[in-house]
Design a protein around this ligand. Sequence first.
Ligand code: FES
Length: 121
Amino acid sequence: MHKTYLTMDIRNLKNIKKHIFFCNGEACSLNGAAEVTKAIRQEIKKQGLHGCIHTTKTLCNSRCHDAAIVIVYPNNEWYKNMHPSDAQDFVQNVIINDKGFHKLLYKQGEDTIHSQSTITV
Ligand code: FES
């Protein structure tokens, strides 16, 4: 049976180039995650990229000491200590130019975790 959703957008997934995850868990929220999320989403829209960049708020991503965390796929890049004032440089360097950003915590293919707060188990 076909369902009709009157209030939901139908997104063309073929246009999505990157997926940005904004940690909005407790620690990240205490470190401005809502403001980071809003600022980066506004910058994505301002740059006309909202049709090809998908964004999602998440619960805790287990890097609370590095809050606020932003994760970029398919790059598998994790960014730490994000602040709303980072939005413009982040969108320009990470999303548009694929050059990375100075708040890099981890990038797939690199051995280094760029953080003082490594977690031991
Ligand atoms: S709340 Fe964001 S990593 Fe834990």
